[in-house]
Design a protein around this ligand. Structure first.
Ligand code: SPV
Ligand code: MG
Length: 431
């Protein structure tokens, strides 16, 4: 009896999958791999069913003889172990980032023996509709809100990118790359006060009011499914903070980061160039406690952001504050720094992580940007935020185009750097 292997990365079995199973069963004994949670996140989207449920779902299929877990998106390990006569996969993987998987399977089979079979992938109305429904499901507030906590359980470090409107939300949602022997994508989105302000041509001084911030969140959430972390600046008064976190919790935001500054807030990257006042430990602890008390779920996270290093108050002060904020109920600690090297952040992380190993640390490596995610994770950082890079890349590109049109009195010269018209009109999927 020949062995046929296929790997499924799905929460739902539809016609497309059943067609693969029918073709597989013609060739021999059908073994189905279910992709592990961390790899499913990288490759596709957040699973709405647990690994055990996904395995059960496949066992219930008549044509499936055995269900196993495929730990890695690339097939080397599983094919080495299983040595199937055939690997079967829909022909649709010949393009895009998935084509790396196809090349990987071909290389494995050339080494180990065996044949790749690629029936046409059924992409009918039902399949399209199921895919759409799954996405909408993931976008709902009650489905989205707790996902940051789930991510913290599943992966070592949550990669978070700044977004400030629907378009940047789509970039965070859909960008997938093949890299380092795997596929990768962002896990979460950061709605930055700096970028939410800059994109409106306003300074980052808590001028964009809460209603406008909610407008941005809604715009982003309308077209995405990934969890949202909101930069809530100082959070205002403790009373206002309590009301506002409750609103954010209701609309499906996963976490807020609130900073321990008070009075006229200025962007942290100004450091001590401008007057900035840090709140007292007591006041800020009360604000956190008031926010925590207002929450109605245990999914929503309030993360306390410590500005001691930004304001040159030193490590001791940062650690003292971190202890107090955790005691007040903070679900995580963000330590910020504008140093060119990560040393002071890592020293903080090592000390804090030793005494609070279960409290997630958040880092924002804007100035100390040579550090990698793996290095941060090795010091206990669980969430990394790329806080402003999309805005900072868009601005020079747009400015250059404006200049080029002015200089040449036509758009022709700028065109080589632009997205083709046929791509922009198809960029947004129509419902
Ligand atoms: C933001 O992105 O608005 C932040 C991070 O708060 S920073 O700009 O570095 O202060
Ligand atoms: Mg900010």
């Amino acid at each position: 009896m020949k062995t046929v292997y296929t790997c499924f990365c799905t929460d739902i079995i539809h016609d497309g999958h059943r067609n693969i199973l029918r073709e597989a069963a013609k060739l021999g004994r059908v073994v189905v791999g279910v992709l592990s949670d961390p790899e499913m996140l990288r490759y596709n989207r957040f699973p709405t069913r647990t690994l055990a449920e996904r395995m059960e779902m496949l066992r219930a299929e008549d044509l499936v003889d055995e269900v196993i877990v495929q730990e890695h998106i690339f097939y080397d390990e599983i094919l080495e172990k299983l040595r199937p006569d055939y690997v079967i996969h829909g022909r649709n993987w010949a393009q895009g980032p998935e084509s790396a998987l196809r090349s990987n399977v071909l290389a494995c089979l050339a080494r180990l023996g065996g044949e790749l079979v690629e029936p046409p992938y059924t992409y009918n109305e039902e399949v399209v509709e199921i895919d759409r429904r799954m996405r909408e499901h993931l976008a709902m507030p009650e489905r989205r809100r707790g996902r940051l906590r789930r991510l913290l359980e599943i992966i070592p470090i949550v990669k978070t990118i700044e977004v400030h409107n629907g378009l940047t939300g789509l970039i965070a949602e859909k960008t997938v790359v093949e890299n380092d022997g795997g596929l990768d994508q962002f896990d979460a989105m950061w709605i930055s006060s700096l970028c939410d302000s800059t994109t409106r041509g306003k300074p980052d001084i808590e001028l964009v009011d809460f209603s406008d911030r909610i407008q941005t969140i809604n715009e982003v959430m309308d077209v995405t499914t990934k969890p949202v972390i909101l930069d809530m600046d100082t959070g205002g008064t403790a009373e206002h903070f309590a009301y506002n976190v409750r609103t954010l919790e209701r609309i499906g935001v996963s976490a807020v980061i609130v900073e321990d500054k008070t009075g006229a807030k200025r962007n942290s990257l100004f450091g001590t160039e401008v007057a900035q006042t840090q709140d007292t430990i007591e006041n800020f602890s009360e604000k956190i406690a008031a926010g925590k008390k207002a929450l109605r779920t245990d999914e929503f996270m309030i993360i306390a952001r410590i500005e001691s290093l930004i304001l040159e108050k030193g490590q001791e002060d940062a650690l003292r504050r971190a202890d107090a904020y955790v005691a007040a109920g903070a679900d995580g600690i963000m330590i910020h720094s504008r140093a060119k090297t990560p040393d002071e952040v890592l020293a903080f992380c090592d000390a804090f992580h030793a005494s609070h190993p279960d409290i997630p640390i958040v880092a924002v490596p804007s100035s100390y940007n040579t550090i990698t995610e793996a290095e941060l994770a090795a010091h206990g950082v669980r969430i990394v935020i790329y806080a402003n890079q999309l805005t900072r890349s868009a601005f020079p590109a747009m400015e250059e185009t404006a200049r080029s049109i002015l200089v040449h009195h036509r758009a022709h010269e700028a065109d080589q750097n632009l997205m083709p018209i046929k791509d922009i009109i198809r960029l947004i999927e129509v419902m």
